[in-house]
Design a protein around this ligand. Structure first.
Ligand code: ATP
Length: 306
């Protein structure tokens, strides 16, 4: 019977993934293997990662060639460093992540990891090198242990538990009726946004990729969960090249470099303090978010109008 349901699971998941803007690209890839037009070049070799330097050189891309979305984007993330991408909705932030994963081929420019063009290495080796913590993970209709262990083929229960501990989800799992064997997903236990994110982190820890893409959640988590998740994320990004697609600027303050994307152009770049001082788009976004945070902090103090 399980065999019978798998294709239905797959269709449902593909549909939901597309609806969510392809944010769980990794799950998508494993399920539908790959988009037909993205194929390994003849003679493609495996990507060989040393430090994991990521470089975009004058990248131009449009989903539809008639409508260019990225108009010559360049940046370098040195091995082990963190780049944050910020900018208004629709600026092209997630598109950059999709291109690094080679979900699409670019129209001009070059995207390399340690000097190797992502278009000329095998997709299998490219995907093995990049871990993604999506903003809203799609869970398989399977056990929570399976959902974590999927990060590494042949992972042992001990490895799964170690990853769950590191992602601060082990204690929660132990409270479930059948701990690691509890079924989750559409037909099982529904997990909260924060719990799903921690499962995604545990899965990524097991995979242990040299390059990490963090697609920060747009939806607010409660502040304790958020702080916990931030701590774990900071930990796992410490030794890896990390690209954070950031929606809340408070999380990018420590990034080695921030690029501000607006309508597919990099309009500003630098560290947080430089960008605040530059008094441009970043400074405006920062001031607006700071005001919102202050408003939220003030709320209980303001009496309801009668
Ligand atoms: P947000 O902060 O809202 O997530 P973003 O900066 O990540 O936005 P992208 O998702 O990269 O923006 O989208 C950039 C542009 O590309 C948008 O105009 C969007 O409509 C378009 N776009 C995104 N995905 C596709 C797609 N699969 N097909 C066609 N156009 C797309």
């Amino acid at each position: 019977l399980a065999q019978l349901f798998r294709p239905l699971d797959l269709l449902g998941m593909v549909y939901r993934t597309i609806r969510q803007g392809l944010i769980d690209m990794e799950a998508m890839y494993r399920l539908i293997d790959t988009r037909a037009e993205i194929a390994d070049k003849p003679g493609a070799v495996d990507l060989h990662v040393e430090g994991g330097e990521v470089r975009f050189q004058d990248v131009r891309f449009g989903y539809d060639p008639e409508r260019e979305i990225l108009h010559g984007v360049s940046f370098t993330v040195p091995a082990g460093r963190t780049l944050a991408i910020v900018g208004p909705s629709g600026a092209g932030k997630s598109t950059i992540a999709r291109i690094l994963f080679r979900f699409y081929d670019i129209q001009a420019g070059r995207v390399t990891i340690d000097g190797q063009d992502v278009a000329s290495v095998t997709q299998q080796s490219l995907r093995a090198a990049i871990g993604i913590v999506p903003q809203d993970m799609v869970l398989f209709n399977d056990t929570i242990g399976y959902n974590i262990g999927y990060g590494r083929e042949g992972a042992t229960q001990a490895q799964i538990e170690a990853a769950a501990r590191a992602a601060s989800i082990h204690d929660f799992i132990m409270t479930l009726p059948q701990d690691y064997d509890t079924r989750v997903g559409e037909r099982g236990l529904k997990l909260s946004g924060g719990e799903k994110q921690r499962v995604a982190i545990a899965r990524t820890l097991l995979k242990n990729p040299p390059v990490l893409i963090l697609d920060e959640a747009t939806s607010a988590l409660d502040s304790r969960t958020e702080t916990e998740i931030q701590t774990v994320l900071r930990d796992i990004s410490r030794r890896r090249t990390t690209i954070v697609v950031a929606h809340r600027l408070s999380t990018v303050v420590d990034a080695d470099e921030i690029i501000v994307l607006e309508q597919g152009y990099v309009v500003e770049r630098g560290r947080h303090a430089d960008l605040v001082r530059a008094d441009g788009l970043y400074a405006t976004m920062w001031a607006r978010q700071a005001a919102e945070r202050d408003d939220m902090a003030m709320e209980p103090a303001i009496p309801d109008p009668v």
